[in-house]
Design a protein around this ligand. Structure first.
Ligand SMILES: C[S@@+](CC[C@H](N)C(=O)[O-])C[C@H]1O[C@@H](n2cnc3c(N)ncnc32)[C@H](O)[C@@H]1O
Length: 261
């Protein structure tokens, strides 16, 4: 597992959001549904929902496939999912970098808006390749560079801290998924602009999604509050005539196949 990644922090961040998540997951719903047309029609498949969260899409996968496993690093997300989803689903608390599956044992891995949290994406991809059967599929969505540019540039006018995680570029993804072992056979890009009544509403939704996970910031307390005020003023540059604050999410969706040895 890559050393610079604080997985327990990510798990706690998502865990604290598990109850509010299903209400605030507007983006997740959209991107997860967008992946559905790529799902294979055969139903005798072993399927993993990687970073299953509250299990909204795991449930849909369970209505189509023979054996479905929801895997997440957050205990609380899994607890919520266990109590609210189809009883046939197997839930596993595990880290995507170390999948608890035998080599070549999985037909399909579905992953909606999880891999943007994995800085060491080539390590994750190698693990996905290890567990997929030859010809197996990885169907995923993620966020790419340019996401939340309004928020990033508003913060950039205030300080040099990192307030939003770094997202990979489309070229990064293409290089990682197009190799001797795998091919990205379909992909699409879409900008989703969500509307917020104010910047606090945006911050609340990011928190509700557990998406506020960034490296340690310098400023805390009053100095932090002051900077927040300044950032909110900067964000007004993006205010729409209707008085709505926009936030752009660049969603990349892909269908990767593991090539035969
Ligand atoms: C934005 S949520 C998406 C949840 C779900 N796929 C959906 O569409 O509603 C990302 C999920 O990935 C999980 N996650 C993040 N890093 C992980 C890792 N290394 N291994 C397993 N799960 C991880 C989080 O706990 C969280 O539940």
């Amino acid at each position: 597992m890559p050393e610079n990644i604080n997985l327990s922090k990510i798990a706690r961040s998502f865990g604290s959001a598990s109850e509010s998540y299903d209400i605030s997951a507007r983006l997740q719903r959209y991107s997860g549904k967008n992946l559905m047309p790529w799902l294979p029609n055969r139903n005798d498949l072993t399927v993993v929902d990687l970073g299953s969260g509250t299990g909204f899409f795991t449930d849909i996968l369970a209505s189509r496939y023979h054996q479905v496993i929801g895997l997440d690093i957050s205990t609380k997300m899994l607890e919520f999912a266990k109590h609210n989803r189809n009883e046939s689903i197997v839930w596993l608390e595990a880290d995507a970098y170390q999948l608890p599956f035998a080599n070549g044992s999985i037909d399909l891995i579905y992953s909606n808006l999880m891999i943007q949290w994995c800085e060491a994406l080539p390590v994750l991809k190698a693990e996905i390749i290890r567990v997929l059967k030859p010809g197996g599929l990885f169907i995923f969505s993620t966020l790419v560079d340019g996401t939340l540019f309004e928020l990033k540039s508003s913060w950039a006018q205030v300080d040099d801290d990192k307030h939003v995680i770094d997202f990979k570029t489309e070229q990064d993804l293409s290089a990682i998924f197009n190799t001797d072992e795998s091919k990205l056979i379909e992909f699409s890009n879409k900008d989703i602009v969500l509307e917020y009544e104010n910047v606090l509403h945006l911050a609340k939704e990011l928190k509700g999604l557990g998406a506020n996970q960034v490296p340690k910031k310098q400023s805390k307390g009053l100095a932090g509050k002051d900077k927040w005020q300044k950032m909110m003023v900067s964000y007004q540059d993006f205010l729409e005539p209707s008085g709505i604050y926009p936030a752009t999410y660049k969603v990349f969706s892909g269908l990767m196949v593991k090539l035969n040895d």
